[in-house]
Structures are given as structure tokens and as C-alpha cells.
Ligand binder design. Structure first.
Ligand code: PLP
Length: 294
């Protein structure tokens, strides 16, 4: 089966998709993106991803938006054409190609819109089952991390450093000594008092769609989330910790800078949150992730 991708309104074989080397996404990382999880052949929280994409484009003053209905249709068509049951759809919108290199953004953008879809196991994966090891890395990113822009060198370096240290991910620490978020996920702790904590939204972090979804599922259970910052030391002393993102979903963090978090195993609150989130996206938990009940 030839993998299908979408470039500017045209469905093409992914290997044959072409974008100009003058594209501002390539020259300046003048582009934004979204990664939407697919489960049961359905895009998860697509409207929220499209809302965030539009917000990113408006914040960067693109002056134009891709057609929302067409983007939603492209998600569904790529999921069907590539027979994705579990995986993700990647969407990137750049300010386009102009045959040269000028820092100043053009008055009239010629957007480049690129989507591809990929099969990937999301639920029943070792990270979700056994948890992940994390190391702290200085957060050297720019000041508008609430915009989902493609300039991702800092997390590339942070995650590569984490891997070199034998860990699975990085937690980024700001100049104030507080955790901003993970390399490509929001960071959470559960204190010994049972408080579920994640950093408040601001320019310092990405407003995660999975983060937002957890607010909904936990509110339905009458559970409160405390939005505040925390340090690596507080996280190491916490009962539990976890990451959330569209592809990691809810990943228990069992080790932080070489210290076990809590028991060093995924904790009961994290397991409960995994279960609630998996159910919310339509998973038959007893079948696909029975370990959440262990
Ligand atoms: N924070 C950062 C820096 C990210 O890159 C991501 C996802 O890629 C997230 C948080 C989680 O966001 P979402 O739940 O929308 O995937």
C-alpha cells in the first residue's frame, strides 16, 4: 500500500510529496504544527487541535488560515487511505515559499499545508505499562511556548541528551528552577497528599490538548487539579508523576534524575487517570490495557 499524504489540497504518494526548499518553514521554521492521535480509526479531539492550530497562526500573524473543513476532511481521508486504526495525523502549516529569503513576513501569505498519517501503537506500549525514566535539562526555548511552532531544536537536544543518559525523556527546567514541561509533553505530579498538580497555562508552556482532556475526565469524577509550578526536588519527593501528550497519552514517570518517584512503579492515581482517559477515547480497557487495573 502506498502511503498517502496531503500537500496544498492534493493527495499524493508520501514519497513523492514535494515542498520548495525556499519554503519559509524550511528556511526560518516559520511554521506551526499539530499532532492528533488516532484511535479506533477516529481522530481524537480534532476540533481542539484545529482550534489550537488556528490560534498559533493568529498569534504569529499569518494573516490567513487554511480551510478548517478541508483540514478536518484531510484528517479523515488520510486515516482511511492509510488504514490507520491507532496512530496519529501530523499537520504542518508554513507561511509558504517566495523564491528567496527575506526575514520580513510577506503581506499575502501563500500557505504551505502538509499532512501525513502514521500507524503507531499508543495504548499498549511499554512506556504506558511500565513507565519512563526522565532527566532534567535546562529549558533553553523561546518565550512563546504556548504557540505550537516547528522550531524544535531545544527539545531535539534535550531528548537526545536524555537518551544519551539512558533516560526516555527530559523534563525542562526554567531559569526560576521550576519545571516548565517535558520535551514534548505536559508534566504532572501527584503529591503524597494526593493533590494532582500541573503547571498553569502561560507563555511558558504549550496548552496541551491531552492536558485539557484530563481536566474534563477528572472533573467528571469530582477530582480537582491544582495548577501551579513545581521543582524537580518536589517531583522527586512526590508520590507519582506522569506526562501527557497526543502520542504518549498518559505516561507514568517512574524515575527522575536517577531517583525513583514514589515506589518507582506507576502509581494508583496515574493508573486511574490512564484508565479514565483510555475510556474517554473509546478504548475497551479490559481488552487493550488490562494492566491499568493491576
Ligand atoms: N508540551 C510540549 C512542548 C509538546 O510538544 C506537546 C506535544 O507535542 C505537549 C506539551 C502536549 O500537547 P498535546 O497533549 O496537545 O499533544
Amino acid at each position: 500500500m502506498t502511503r498517502q499524504a496531503y500537500v496544498n489540497g492534493v493527495y499524493v504518494a508520501a514519497d513523492e510529496a514535494t515542498i520548495s526548499p525556499f519554503d519559509r518553514g524550511f528556511l526560518f521554521a516559520d511554521a506551526v504544527y499539530e499532532v492528533t492521535a488516532v484511535y479506533g480509526g477516529q481522530p481524537i479531539d480534532l476540533e481542539r487541535h484545529l482550534d489550537r492550530l488556528e490560534r498559533s497562526l493568529k498569534e504569529l500573524k499569518f494573516g490567513a488560515l487554511p480551510d478548517r473543513k478541508e483540514l478536518a476532511e484531510a484528517h479523515r481521508k488520510l486515516i482511511a487511505a492509510n488504514r490507520i486504526s491507532e496512530g496519529f495525523v501530523y499537520t504542518q502549516v508554513s507561511r509558504g515559499a517566495y523564491g528567496g529569503r527575506d526575514f520580513v513576513a510577506p503581506d499575502k501569505p501563500r500557505l504551505t499545508t502538509f499532512l501525513f498519517a502514521e500507524t503507531k501503537a499508543l495504548l499498549d506500549v511499554p512506556a504506558a505499562r511500565n513507565g519512563i525514566k526522565v532527566v532534567s535539562v535546562a529549558d533553553i526555548r523561546w518565550g512563546r511556548r504556548d504557540i505550537k511552532a516547528t522550531g524544535l531544536l531545544a527539545p531535539v537536544l534535550a531528548k537526545t541528551e536524555a537518551k544519551a543518559k539512558g533516560a526516555d525523556d527530559a523534563w525542562l527546567v526554567g531559569q526560576d528552577g521550576l519545571v516548565t514541561e517535558a520535551g514534548s509533553a505536559n508534566a504532572w505530579i501527584v503529591t503524597k497528599q494526593g493533590e494532582i498538580v500541573t503547571r498553569a497555562l502561560s507563555h511558558a508552556i504549550l496548552p496541551g490538548i491531552t492536558r485539557h482532556a484530563l481536566f474534563d475526565v477528572l472533573a467528571q469524577q469530582g477530582r480537582k487539579i491544582t495548577e501551579r509550578s513545581f521543582s524537580i526536588e518536589e517531583a522527586q519527593a512526590a508520590a507519582e508523576a506522569f506526562n501527557t501528550s497526543a502520542v504518549a497519552l498518559v505516561a507514568p514517570v517512574v524515575e527522575l534524575d536517577g531517583q525513583p518517584v514514589g515506589s518507582g512503579k506507576p502509581g494508583p492515581v496515574t493508573r486511574q487517570i490512564q484508565k479514565l482517559y483510555y475510556q474517554a477515547i473509546g478504548a475497551d480497557v479490559a481488552k487493550v490495557a488490562p494492566w491499568v487495573n493491576e
